[in-house]
Ligand binder design. Structure first.
Ligand code: ZN
Length: 484
């Protein structure tokens, strides 16, 4: 008799819970709890419903044996907030990409413009740069790094908003714009002081004070490169009580990296709420027409014309081509860092990984927008052993989640694999994960990341982008967004 046992088995199974989706047999690595074991993960309603050593039943069961199952990566520094940029980030394992450095103003219309159009979760700070342009020129530019051409058309290539000190009335108006943005759910206040070099220390202090009063962090690209402006930001944050995140420490500190890391560690040890991040490349990138290249840039960046490459063609610049392209506007690659210092920053405990990915234009740009996370896992962790795998994962999952979760409770359900957490999950092969984006071909997607889930929905499946999948949700301060 074979029928009876089968019937009994069917009856037993029907009593066991069944999940929408089961990721079966993967090496589950969760830096928040330290779990590193083969487990099955059951997902229902966009959340993790079970993590079990026993087999789980599901409507869909995907065998992920031989792979690491990790919390989806959280990128705190993602300028490329377009669908194409986010697709490349998804293929790099990123499930939440936030524009925290430059930010946006106004805030509400920007969030609205991204609703339903984003494969991964999105969000932004309110922008000091855009609020300053608003205070000086009365223009609402939204996301400056995406709308640079529109901004230049409205206020000119060398706007007063970047290059002139603000009056008390303008500082008042700027502060009002920042308060408004925070009331609309912005995740903090974003500063690119280097891009508005006329902003005084007193102006920055007043804006930090608003962030402190509203209990949100400030994300800061410092006034210039090297240790002194990093110290200035730390001092201003301590004075105002603002929680501070220093962006791209690799480029901002340059050869002062060891001193900058020591300074940050000592400020943290003294009780300051202070974090930092790095992208895993030795070249930087930004807009050539920006105030970062105002006269004096060679000594500020400690480089010359030949260290700049025009992103659209790859050609190295001369004084003549620098002048020509600066008038036209566009992206440059800046060869300015040394391996030994980037290694030190990446290897330093507690430094988060963030891409600083800038929008790709016709397939050109900096590869960091497509390859940062796989590059840390494959190149820096596996090949060069600059940091361990669990440590690397912690810097792209739980650490960025914790940076934001006081201000944005939605982040308390991200960056970890636990029952009740959002099913933002990245599945990768630890033996093969690697970046493929290069300075020559910057939009090549990363390899070795077969599955990426956002809120339980595949955005990458079997190594292929799921075209048209838009499960990304807005991340704001305030209450956890309700599931749809
Ligand atoms: Zn920056």
């Amino acid at each position: 008799m074979r029928v009876l046992p089968l019937l009994l088995l069917a009856a037993a199974c029907s009593k066991a819970p069944s999940y929408d989706l089961v990721l079966a047999g993967g090496r589950v690595m969760d830096p928040a709890s330290g779990l590193d074991s083969v487990r099955n993960i059951g997902i229902t309603g966009g959340q993790i419903a079970a993590i079990s050593a026993d087999p789980l039943a599901g409507t869909t069961v995907v065998d992920v044996s031989g792979h690491v199952v990790a919390p989806g990566f959280i990128d705190l520094h993602a300028h490329g907030q377009t669908e194409g940029d986010m697709e490349l980030q998804a293929q790099d394992g990123v499930t939440t990409a936030l524009e925290m450095e430059v930010g946006v103003y106004p805030v509400a219309p920007w969030y609205q413009s991204r609703e339903g159009k984003s494969p991964i979760n999105f969000g932004a700070t309110v922008s000091h740069i855009a609020s300053r342009f608003y205070a000086f020129h009365g223009v609402e530019i939204g996301h400056w790094l995406v709308n640079r051409e529109k901004t230049a058309a409205l206020i000119g290539p060398m706007p007063a908003g970047a290059n002139e000190p603000a009056s008390e009335a303008q500082i008042e108006k700027m502060g009002g714009a920042i308060r408004q943005g925070l009331s609309e759910g912005a995740l903090g206040v974003g500063f690119g002081i280097n891009y508005v070099p006329a902003a005084s220390g007193a102006e920055i202090e007043q804006m930090f004070a608003i962030a402190a009063e509203r209990k949100v962090p400030v994300f800061v690209h410092t006034r210039a490169f090297g240790i002194a402006p990093i110290r200035e930001a730390i001092t201003t944050a301590r004075k105002t009580g603002a929680a501070l995140h220093v962006v791209h420490l690799g480029s901002s500190s340059g050869s002062d990296a060891p001193a900058a890391l020591a300074l940050i560690d000592s400020a943290k040890a003294a009780g300051q709420d202070l974090t930092t991040e790095v992208y895993p490349y030795t070249a930087a990138s930004t807009a050539l027409e920006s105030a970062l290249f105002n006269p004096g840039w060679q000594s500020n960046l400690k480089i010359d014309y030949g260290d700049l490459a025009w992103a659209a063609t790859g050609e190295r610049l001369t004084k003549a081509t620098f002048d020509k392209y600066r008038k036209e506007g566009g992206w440059v690659i800046i060869y300015m860092m040394k391996d030994e210092f980037v290694d030190q920053v990446i290897g330093h405990p507690g430094v988060m990984i963030a891409s600083d990915g800038v929008p790709f234009v016709n397939g050109t740009g900096h590869p960091r927008g497509a390859g940062s996370f796989a590059r840390v896992l494959g190149h820096y962790s596996r090949e060069r052993k600059v940091l361990g795998l669990m440590d690397a994962l912690s810097r792209m999952t739980i650490l960025p989640a914790r940076r934001l979760e006081t201000a944005a409770p939605a982040m308390a359900k991200k960056g970890r694999l636990a029952v009740g957490a959002d099913a933002d999950i990245t599945v990768f092969n630890p033996e093969t994960v690697i970046d493929r984006a290069t300075f020559q071909q910057p939009t090549q997607p990363s390899a070795g990341i077969p599955h990426v889930l956002v809120g339980g929905a595949f955005v990458v499946r079997d190594g292929q982008l799921v075209k048209g999948a838009m499960p990304g949700k807005p991340i704001r301060t305030g209450a956890v967004p309700t599931a749809q």
